[in-house]
Design a protein around this ligand. Structure first.
Ligand code: GRF
Length: 201
């Protein structure tokens, strides 16, 4: 049976689309069992619908507080029995309830070479700092902001005439390739976590 992924999105969903395309091949070894979002009206949701993948929306504003939202998000994800939850441009921080349930099998992709430039403006911060090389990082989500154990990274050159959009667009090309490759290997071959070191046999 293929491994089951739940992918969380908040926007365009080009990263999600790369996973949907890869999962269409049975040899990939994983399917996208569901796509979750924290908001309506984003392109990521119709991408899932076009692929026949169930979707759910868990909006912070629909819950009395963040803790209730966190519990609801965890319950929605659990309905689809994920082997791995993948944050692909999901712009909310999962809380203690979610991490209690999915910690260790919840990865996030970040458009910078962590621990440099964490947070929501990775490409902008790398440019502002004058970095010559940036890239993307896949990591296991912990209770910090972009601080979890690193699973994989890809380097991307920063060009002299880059602006935030051109750099982020180039990073996203590497990010989609990294995510498809590494998530597939994790699901087919398994992975080990030893402190901050993550290895895929
Ligand atoms: C990705 O670069 C991701 O790392 C960042 O937001 C971007 C999402 O892009 N958090 P998309 O919505 O998958 O096109």
């Amino acid at each position: 049976m293929p491994a089951r992924l739940v992918v969380l999105v908040s926007g365009t969903g080009s990263t999600l689309q790369a996973l949907l395309d890869a999962a269409a091949d049975p040899s990939y070894g994983a399917i996208v069992a569901a796509v979750g979002a924290d908001r309506e009206g984003i392109d990521g949701l119709p991408r899932a619908e076009r692929a026949g993948v169930p979707t759910f929306v868990c909006r912070l504003g629909d819950h009395v507080d963040r803790a209730a939202w966190d519990l609801a998000l965890a319950a929605e994800c659990a309905r689809f029995r994920p082997d791995l939850v993948v944050s692909a441009g999901f712009m909310k921080l999962a809380g203690p309830a979610f991490l209690h349930r999915f910690g260790g099998r919840f990865v996030n992709s970040h458009p910078a070479l962590l621990p440099s430039f964490p947070g929501v403006h990775g490409p902008r911060d790398a440019l502002a700092h004058g970095a010559k090389v940036s890239g993307c990082t896949l990591f296991l989500v912990d209770d910090g902001v972009d601080t979890g154990p690193i699973v994989a990274q890809r380097a991307v050159d920063v060009l002299d005439d880059d602006d935030e959009r051109t750099l982020h667009d180039r990073i996203k090309v590497a990010e989609r390739s990294m995510l498809v490759d590494v998530v597939g290997r994790m699901m087919r071959e398994g992975y080990r976590v030893n402190g901050r070191r993550v290895t895929i046999p």
